[in-house]
Design a protein around this ligand. Structure first.
Ligand code: 2PG
Ligand code: MG
Length: 419
């Protein structure tokens, strides 16, 4: 099946910022995809092209839209829709830069995802099945969700703050049971927040979690533990954090609340939190430029817990290879728009698997109604997702899609949960 056309339009994300939706037509099939957008972005991420003009405070994406409608359409028209790698390669070559600065990674990735959807449709299989085929994995599995129930840092208008505190129901027996546990904890936490801090404490940050107006990290984690206890899931549910520490790294030191740390001291601080709060995974514990700090962290805690690279790796095999060689971390946070195409995202996941790393498929803080990453996490069979709190439809669209997939796989007796 050949591509008749690709085109794009400007739409809006969960923060009310412009983003790009691409549309691909092949025969009678028309499929679309919308791109998410980060706030605490890694400096090596592929470039999100913004208009930088008066409209939308410079955040318009009409230039990226035009790149799809003219340049990309011109090249892709007539190509076979199932040739994902070839299509992605064609766009990468057309762009001609290392970081998709010419066409915009937002333009390229929107088309790339819409092409994947259209191809799955032509083959009359589910998107996750097709993604599994593309990755040559075919070991579908529903993820254990990491859910960000206490938002912080840039997602909550705070400085010198750990960004995400997540519940992680490893002891659930199925994805739907994991959802039930997480949703019950989320509501127990909401009740607790309101009781402690008043009715405004039920308001939420960008990823759907609550935002306690306290600076002490232990007190924040205590709130989550209390909510877990309240629901009776203490044995089943662990805690995971994303520090997004590049945001509080200044001139060689880390600043959390009133405290200042060097990399060694910060590692000791994390070590203490791990033992007190049942933390099993830490993302971006060190800043993206502090490779030495990452070595200290992984050396000391890497055997005990999962050490996840996000800003450090930006889903780019160049940085993943370096991190593997230097033992900088032991897991990849995979974000499709960080690298800018479906094929490159799959390559990053595969390189990680080959090196016995874990992979967590992740949303962005600025999300949309597009549920592509729900199918991606099942297709790649990574066993872990990070899609935010179970609230607001920009997050729940992913969870609801996972519930549908769970049902579909259950009917075939193929619903594997976790790794
Ligand atoms: C992160 C992400 C998603 P952002 O740091 O992992 O939670 O945040 O999309 O703002 O980069
Ligand atoms: Mg992160």
């Amino acid at each position: 099946m050949q591509i008749d056309y690709v085109k794009a339009r400007q739409v809006f994300d969960s923060r009310g910022n412009p983003t790009i939706e691409a549309e691909v037509k092949t025969g009678k099939i028309i499929e679309r995809a919308i791109v998410a957008s980060g706030a605490s972005t890694g400096s090596n991420e592929a470039i999100e092209l913004r208009d930088k003009e008066k409209a939308f405070n410079g955040k318009g994406v009409l230039k990226a839209v035009e790149n799809v409608n003219l340049k990309i359409n011109e090249k892709l028209k007539g190509m076979t829709v199932t040739e994902q790698e070839n299509i992605d390669k064609t766009m990468i070559e057309l762009d001609g830069t290392e970081n998709k600065a010419n066409l915009g990674a937002n333009a390229v990735v929107a088309v790339s995802m819409a092409v994947t959807r259209a191809a799955a449709k032509t083959k009359e299989i589910s998107l996750y099945e097709y993604l599994g085929e593309l990755a040559d994995i075919k070991k579908y599995c529903l993820p254990v969700p990491q859910m960000n129930v206490l938002n912080g840092g840039k997602h909550a208008g705070l400085e010198n703050d750990i960004q995400e505190r997540m519940i992680y129901p490893v002891g659930a027996k199925s994805f739907s049971e994991a959802m039930q546990m997480s949703v019950e904890i989320y509501h127990a936490l909401k009740k607790l927040m309101k009781k402690k801090f008043g009715s405004l404490a039920g308001l939420i940050g960008d990823e759907g979690g609550f935002v306690p107006k306290i600076t002490d990290e232990e007190q924040k984690l205590e709130l989550i533990l209390n909510a877990i206890e309240e629901t009776g899931y203490t044995k089943e549910v662990k805690i995971v954090i994303d520090c997004a520490s590049s945001e509080f790294f200044k001139e060689g030191n880390y600043f959390i609340g009133e405290k200042k740390f060097n990399a060694g001291e910060l590692t000791d601080f994390y070590s203490d939190l791990i033992s007190k709060f049942n933390i099993v995974s830490i993302e971006d514990g060190m800043a993206e430029q502090d490779w030495q700090g990452w070595n200290i962290l992984t050396e000391k805690l890497g055997k005990k817990i999962q050490i996840v690279g996000d800003d450090l790796l930006v889903t780019n095999i160049k940085f993943i290879e370096k991190a593997i060689k230097e033992n900088s971390c032991n897991a990849l946070l995979l974000k499709v728009n960080q690298i800018g195409s479906v094929s490159e995202s799959i390559a990053s996941a595969k390189l990680s698997f080959e090196n016995n790393w874990n992979v967590i498929v992740s949303h962005r803080s600025g999300e949309t109604e597009d549920g592509f990453i729900a199918d991606l996490v099942v297709g790649l069979g990574t066993g872990q997702s990070k899609f935010g709190a179970p609230a607001r439809s920009d997050r729940n669209t992913k969870y609801n899609q996972l519930l549908r997939i769970e049902e579909e796989l259950s009917e075939k007796n193929k619903a594997v949960f976790g790794k």
